[in-house]
Each structure stands twice: as C-alpha cells, then as structure tokens.
Design a protein. Structure first.
Length: 95
C-alpha cells in the first residue's frame, strides 16, 4: 500500500484518456468511461488499477492478476485474464 504521507493520490483517468495519451485505439467492446484510480504491480492490483506486464518471469502474476487494465505486448494477450482489459503497446514498461 502506498503511504499517503509521501505520495499524493493520482488523478482518476478514464480508459479513453489513457488510450489517447498512449496514442492507441480503444479496445473493442470497452467503455471509454471506464475509470482507473491507481497503479499497482500485477500481483497487488485491483479492478480499479492499471498495471503492466513486461517480463516473462511475471507470467504467473499476469495470469492471476485482478488488475482492471494492463499494458502488455500482443504476444502476452493470450495469458491475460478475461476480467482485465489489455492495452497493447510496443514497450509496456516505458508506456
């Protein structure tokens, strides 16, 4: 958990805003108004968080994540849980 004495809570963003910032298309069947409230590692993320998958040693974390949104490469999409929205980017770690 983030210590609020050191970090301010970030601004809530919509999925549409995130896609616009990343210059990627909206995933099919997703609402532009879906909100993201925080950033968390795959293993700790909840349905209101965004996370990223960038290293194969975290494959188990990807397959079991509860993240609402995940940045990942196209090759990793088959491992994404159906409850998580995948945003395909060239370099998830830098995005």
């Amino acid at each position: 958990m983030i210590d609020p004495r050191f970090f301010k809570k970030s601004t809530v963003l919509t999925l549409g805003q995130i896609c616009q910032i990343l210059n990627i298309p909206m995933p099919k069947g997703c609402s532009q108004e879906e909100t993201v409230e925080g950033i968390a590692p795959l293993s700790e993320a909840t349905a209101v968080d965004i996370s990223c998958y960038h290293n194969s040693k975290y494959l188990n974390d990807l397959q079991n994540t509860k993240a609402g949104v995940c940045l990942l490469t196209a090759e990793a999409v088959p491992h994404l849980p159906s409850t998580t929205i995948g945003l395909v980017v060239p370099d998830p770690y830098r995005s």
